[in-house]
Design a protein. Structure first.
Length: 619
């Protein structure tokens, strides 16, 4: 029997490894920019065409590579970051496995121009599908210039399943933001299809955050800082009033590396307990510095999942640091020293006995004794002259609206007060009883043939408004309501990319947005019927929903926008409704295409069967 196990060729092994390391164009940019940071670059420029499908170029002024290093860098497990296994527990660089360049070269056409400081000439190497096509001397500046073209050209299945250009570009910008937020001392630029998206100059950490996410965030950030023997925590958290439902900027970094950590996220939100409503998100930018020996970053190829040796202790330190920041820096009402003309309120002095107030009253006053001097409805003398020559008016049913005026017994010349005829009291319809009952301002209960029907009023209104908005969008029949004072909405670069894709649909819904540049948009008009809704927060929520769902087709975009608007404008939980409002809500719900579930799959109606009620109450 012949042997069946054999070694895979290097090109095949590299393509398999690339499936883990290089998942999309954003992965290529992450790896190349991190290499530039490790090379000591002070300026890094990134240029993409067609969201990285056509080309990705990363230029840096770092240390560069020699001719031999340039060739060896594309081999698997070739790295300058570590030498032995123990180095994994003392990492101070972003990369260390030596898989990135080999994986990129396995699924793309790569060109590299690089030169080291002190060398008169650099080297130019081209690789396609792990095969070296050429290597020759070239004149180039100090540093490295990577050109990655036709990503996944030899893996058509992977290229086929890439998302739309807007979605991929959004992923690229999001990955780029995670790097630029760690290195505020490095100059970064980013261009897409020849258009500058970001131009970040070196500065402080706070300035870098403001440059990326807008000046409006600057007023909502509170500094965080604590230094312990276990770890150092610094950065910024948002004020409680900056919380939003979706789209809050939440970032964790450990030793300069971005990470996802739900456990630590709960630590931050625990500090805001009872300060923000349940379900709201608060922005934060938290930087942790710990001993590299106490963490493990080598548990996932993307290196975004990091294991801590003392997670519980770090959790407690993080919560305490955020609580301390809120207590020390959160705004409190200021003292008003402008007291001129205000009443003097004496301070309490326990040594001085305060005399109780003495009431003053008229013991002769009797409210049941009629007196002309106490008539509140007396008319002034000579009032009849105002109606000389006017015909007498009659009330409903032909009766006089005014009663006959008789002279006052005490003063014959003074007429008696004018009295209006009492209106007939309304008579309720016989046998009429409320058709619906509301429970705790959240649920509408209605008796049906099979038992008791319970309707969630908020979810019911979400379903109603969702179908209404979706119908308006499809018919392009949404009206726009101009606002008296336009508001300014600030979007991050990653949000701006998605907003550009949503712009035509937002206009069709009734939004009137004017681009002010720098990610700022003036909201000049909103869809009719959104009274009382924060339009800026609604726009952020709609963009965040679109980013989370990765919407591609026009139909999916319309559904996402309609659902976001319906959630924002729907009746909130706890709002008291009268019987007419409940009746209208129920009737509109049962006119919808789906009365049982909201667009995101949550139940709207449940029925408590009659037999179950009888069973609960017993015989």
């Amino acid at each position: 029997m012949s042997d069946v196990i054999q070694l895979l060729p290097d090109s095949v092994a590299n393509q398999i490894a690339a499936g883990e390391v290089i998942q999309r164009p954003a992965s290529v940019i992450k790896e190349l920019v991190e290499n530039a940071v490790d090379a000591g670059a002070t300026t890094i420029n990134v240029l993409v065409v067609d969201a990285g499908r056509t080309s990705i170029q990363v230029i840096d002024n770092g240390a560069g590579m020699s001719e031999t290093d340039a060739r060896l860098a594309f081999e698997r497990h070739a790295t300058s970051k570590i030498r032995k296994a123990d180095d994994l527990f003392a990492l101070h660089t972003m990369g260390f496995r030596g898989e990135a360049l080999a994986s990129i070269a396995a699924v793309a056409q790569v060109g590299l121009k690089t030169r080291m400081e002190g060398s008169d000439i650099g080297t130019h190497i081209t690789i396609s599908g792990s095969k070296v096509l050429s290597q020759e001397p070239v004149s180039c500046p100090v540093g490295s210039n990577f050109m990655v073209e036709n990503l996944f050209f030899n893996v058509p299945a992977r290229r086929k399943f890439l998302k739309s250009n807007a979605t991929e570009l959004n992923n690229i910008v999001a990955a780029y933001e995670r790097i630029v937020l760690v290195y505020p001392d490095i100059n970064f630029t980013f261009h897409s299809n020849g258009t500058e998206v970001m131009n970040l100059r070196a500065g402080s950490l706070r300035q870098r955050i403001v440059d990326v996410f807008g000046r409006r965030l600057n007023n909502d950030m509170l500094p965080v800082g604590v230094d312990t023997a276990l770890c150092r925590v610094h950065g910024f958290v948002g004020k409680p009033e900056s919380a939003r439902k979706k789209g809050a900027h939440e970032y964790f970094f450990v030793n300069g590396r971005y990470m996802k950590h739900p456990y630590f996220h709960k630590a931050v939100m625990n500090a805001f307990d009872r300060l923000v409503p349940i379900g709201m998100q608060v922005p934060y930018f938290i930087y942790l510095e710990v001993d590299p020996a106490n963490i493990d970053v080598n548990i996932h190829p993307t290196k975004t999942e990091i294991k801590f040796e003392n997670e519980q202790a770090v959790w407690q330190i993080l919560t305490a640091a955020v609580k301390d920041s809120i207590g020390r820096f959160c705004e409190v009402p200021s003292i008003d020293f402008d007291t001129e003309g205000r009443p003097d309120i004496p301070l309490f002095d326990p040594a001085v006995d305060a005399a109780p107030p003495v009431p003053d009253f008229n013991p002769q006053y009797n409210p049941f004794k009629a007196s002309a001097s106490h008539r509140s409805g007396s008319a002034p003398a000579g009032w009849q002259q105002l109606y000389d020559g006017q015909p007498a008016e009659t009330g409903g049913g032909g009766e006089d609206l005014f009663e006959s005026v008789a002279p006052d017994a005490d003063d014959p010349e003074k007429p008696a007060p004018v009295q209006l005829s009492p209106a007939p009291a309304p008579v309720p319809a016989e046998g009429k009883s409320p058709a619906h009952y509301q429970y705790k301002g959240c649920y509408i209960m209605t008796a049906v043939k099979s038992g008791l029907m319970i309707i969630d009023q908020h979810r019911a209104d979400v379903r109603i408004r969702y179908e209404r908005y979706l119908d308006r969008i499809s018919r392009r029949a949404s009206g726009s309501q101009r606002v008296l004072f336009p508001e300014v909405a600030q979007f991050a670069p990653s949000e701006t990319v998605m907003l550009a894709k949503l712009f035509p649909e937002l206009e069709a819904m009734g939004f009137d947005l004017a681009d002010l540049g720098g990610g700022s948009y003036a909201v000049n008009g909103v869809p009719a019927g959104l009274d009382g809704v924060d339009c800026v927060d609604l726009l952020h929520t709609m963009v965040a929903d679109a980013i989370d769902k990765g919407t591609g087709s026009l139909d999916e975009i319309n559904k996402s926008l309609a659902l976001s608007m319906a959630r924002s404008a729907a009746i909130p939980q706890g709002q008291v409704l009268d019987n007419r409002e409940m009746d209208n809500l129920v009737n509109e719900l049962f006119a919808c295409s789906n009365v049982n579930y909201t667009p995101d799959g949550k139940s709207i109606i449940c029925i408590l069967p009659q037999k179950e009620i009888e069973h609960l109450l017993g015989d």
